[in-house]
Design a protein around this ligand. Structure first.
Ligand SMILES: Cc1cc2nc3c(=O)[nH]c(=O)nc-3n(C[C@H](O)[C@H](O)[C@H](O)COP(=O)(O)OP(=O)(O)OC[C@H]3O[C@@H](n4cnc5c(N)ncnc54)[C@H](O)[C@@H]3O)c2cc1C
Length: 325
């Protein structure tokens, strides 16, 4: 069976991770093209309504391992390896994120499968999946086909769009899994944002990205005020993170996060390739830069040539006035 098994991460309070929902949507679409089914795996305590919740995104089945704790890789490798062994799923798909990387790598080793990481697109070709992943600093794309099964596909964050394409309720199937000895050696003490920063830029619809053009650390308040006025969050380039102007949790790019907000407003950012790869999938990119030859003007949707110190406060003021008016 050319089925696809997807790991669906949740926070224990009924909220599924947006990248997992994207992976389920993508798996449902691909499974349709392959003539198989997309199934989701959830661990921990989740109610029966999970069938309706994940069915909406196209899961035909939800395997629930209620006794397995969410958040640790090895027990989830046990669960997924058992399901692939018993049901013959040809592929496992992950939406990205550190846990997805860890589980995907563990599953590959356990099942002697093939793995592709940082995948930005998956295509069904002649009854098989081909994973597309950027290489050489994102300057080229490699097509990766799998030799044998299972094929493990780990997406780049935000690579897969969420789509409520499912027509109905997914069947919820409870599974009992005997954990491997090594899978019980670690215990979750608390779950939370490990980076120690109260910044969640991946989920923001609007991001104001601040770069070295802000001039100094204190000027990040210009970006923060604008983001607040628009109901968004603040992101940063590596140059300013390295300079200690803003926390690493906000860094976008090759060595930071990948985002795809509805609006990315780049203030004083040159648009280096290593930054671009982390934000180029934004729906709209607006750039403010005083240098008309800045690379960011080559790929933004709207470019404003000018001094951000004059433009940004005026923009913030205008948005506030419009909101209160
Ligand atoms: C291996 C590697 C990995 C990297 N990973 C990342 C990464 O993950 N993320 C990342 O961002 N970078 C990364 N970089 C760094 C990247 O190459 C750039 O150096 C960095 O993105 C530049 O940041 P910046 O745009 O803030 O600064 P700059 O390149 O210095 O650009 C500042 C811009 O501000 C403009 N400006 C100045 N004053 C004003 C003003 N008053 N008003 C308006 N505009 C103004 C300037 O014209 C300029 O275009 C990486 C580099 C390497 C080698």
């Amino acid at each position: 069976m050319s089925g696809i098994l997807v790991y669906a991460l949740h926070d224990g309070e009924g909220n599924f991770n947006k990248n997992s929902l994207g992976a389920i949507s993508e798996a449902a679409k691909l499974a349709g093209e392959l003539g198989g089914e997309a199934a989701a795996v959830v661990v921990g305590k989740v109610g029966d309504d999970v069938g309706g919740e994940l069915g909406r995104y196209g899961a035909a089945k939800v395997f629930r391992a209620a006794d397995v704790e969410e958040g640790l890789a090895q027990p989830i490798v046990d669960v997924m390896a058992k399901l692939i062994g018993e049901h013959g799923y040809s592929y496992a798909l992950f939406g990205g994120g550190l846990l997805g990387f860890e589980i995907g790598a563990g599953l590959t080793a356990r099942l002697a499968g093939g793995v592709t990481m940082e995948v930005t697109e998956v295509q069904a070709r002649e009854g098989k999946l081909v994973a597309l992943r950027p290489v050489l600093g994102d300057s080229a794309i490699a097509d990766v086909a799998y030799v044998g099964e299972p094929g493990i596909i780990i997406g780049r964050l935000n690579a897969f769009d969420i789509s409520e394409s499912g027509s109905g309720e997914a069947e919820v199937v409870d599974v009992d899994v005997e954990l491997s000895e090594w899978s019980t050696k670690a215990k979750m003490v608390t779950r939370g944002e490990a980076r120690g920063e109260d910044i969640n830029i991946e989920d923001a619809d609007i991001l104001v990205g601040g770069g070295r053009g802000l001039g100094e650390k204190d000027n990040f308040k210009l970006a923060e005020e604008l983001a607040e006025a628009m109901g968004g969050a603040v992101a940063a380039t590596r140059a300013v993170v390295d300079a200690g102007w803003y926390p690493y949790a906000a860094q976008i790019g090759q060595t930071g996060k990948t985002v795809a907000p509805k609006l990315y407003l780049a203030a004083g950012i040159s648009g280096a390739i290593q930054h671009k790869v982390g934000m180029q999938n934004s729906e709209n990119i607006l750039a403010i830069n005083k240098d008309p030859n800045a690379p960011i003007f080559e790929f933004c949707d709207l470019g404003v040539v000018g001094d951000l110190h004059k433009i940004v406060p005026k923009l913030t003021e205008a948005i506030r006035a419009k909101k209160s008016g």
